[in-house]
Write a protein that binds this ligand. Structure first.
Ligand SMILES: O=P(O)(O)OC[C@@]1(O)O[C@H](CO)[C@@H](O)[C@@H]1O
Length: 305
């Protein structure tokens, strides 16, 4: 079973405008989508839709917290969250003619007792795989992530900001940096494909079993002990890119749970992301055909290690 931890869940609010945004103008729309989000929650939703036994935990409070619980319930994702006093945040994505704007709140205050309760919740669920995803809310330190990773016999995946990746100390199964997180984690400038490979390899050498680097329109890289694999992005019409990284990681983790090899896991990540970017916000798209690899994605070996 996979348990995802989202320390800082969100109601994802996605609104669309057929015009560029301008200061001093009231833009109006009737196109709004609300979903339960936060990186770990998205992974729980997507892997559940890929036939993997999954549950979600983290901190939830207030009306938005109730919204997230209700939506997970409606999506059939089991939830075991620690209740907090302050309100879960609302994150807004504005899709305008001039681009995609992502506006994230820092989130509610977390106390030490909440973190203790979270560790106990994870231990009670005793997953095979734990995933910690997204930003840390005020009051929760990075050492709490190492504590979660070390609190039982699970393998732990992380999807966190680049600087955080370089400061983690426990052993981790996989991390999923995007291009800027790779740069932040390694201090390297990433301009070419070769730069991305070198940075992902450097990160893998620091003790991650796998580094799954999501490179947007350039697809993704998977670095293992033995090789570096690369896959292009699928050719689809993109509505918005929110949740794309969570989807790549979900496809990868789900494939591993289904016993598929590294190349198929990378393929499944790409295919899951292609479906997620084709719908607004972080709602669960139709994932039929992803498990059976209906659209073939060419995976190439960049080099053996
Ligand atoms: O502020 P964080 O925790 O880094 O990211 C949160 C978030 O932007 O990530 C998800 C998409 O990956 C969204 O569901 C959510 O709003």
């Amino acid at each position: 079973m996979i348990l995802t931890v989202t320390p800082n869940p969100a109601v994802d609010h996605t609104i669309h405008f057929d015009e560029p945004l301008e200061t001093g103008v009231v833009h109006r729309t009737d196109d709004a989508v609300f979903t339960a989000g936060g990186k770990g929650i998205n992974v729980a939703k997507y892997v559940s839709a890929l036939d993997v036994d999954a549950a979600a935990t983290g901190f939830l409070g207030g009306h938005f917290g109730k919204f997230v619980r209700d939506r997970l319930d409606a999506d059939g994702v089991s939830a075991d969250f620690v209740a907090i006093d302050d309100d879960t945040r609302l994150n807004t994505t504005v899709l305008a003619e001039d681009g995609e704007y992502k506006l994230n709140h820092n989130g509610p205050q977390i106390r030490a007792a909440h973190v203790d309760e979270l560790v106990e919740t994870v231990q009670a669920n005793d997953p095979d795989t734990l995933l910690v995803g997204g930003s840390l809310p005020p009051g929760m330190s990075l050492s709490a992530v190492d504590r979660l990773a070390r609190a039982g016999n699970w393998r732990t995946a992380v999807d966190m900001g680049g600087e955080s990746l370089s400061d983690l100390e426990a052993d981790y199964f996989v991390c999923k940096p995007n291009r800027s997180e790779l740069a932040a984690a390694t201090g390297r400038t990433i301009e070419t494909d070769e730069d991305a490979v070198a940075a992902a390899e450097e990160l893998q050498n620091r003790g991650f079993e796998y580094v799954l680097a999501s490179l947007g329109a350039d697809g993704a890289l998977l670095v293992t002990d033995d090789e570096v694999l690369s896959a292009p992005a699928a050719d689809v019409e993109v509505v918005d890119t929110v949740g794309a990284g969570d989807a790549i990681l979900s496809g990868f983790i789900a494939a591993r749970e289904h016993g598929l090899d590294d190349a198929d896991a990378l393929r499944m990540g790409i295919l899951t992301a292609a479906r997620v970017v084709s719908v607004a916000g972080t709602r669960v798209p139709d994932l039929d055909g992803v498990l059976t690899n209906e659209t073939r994605i060419e995976v190439t070996t960049v080099r053996r290690r």
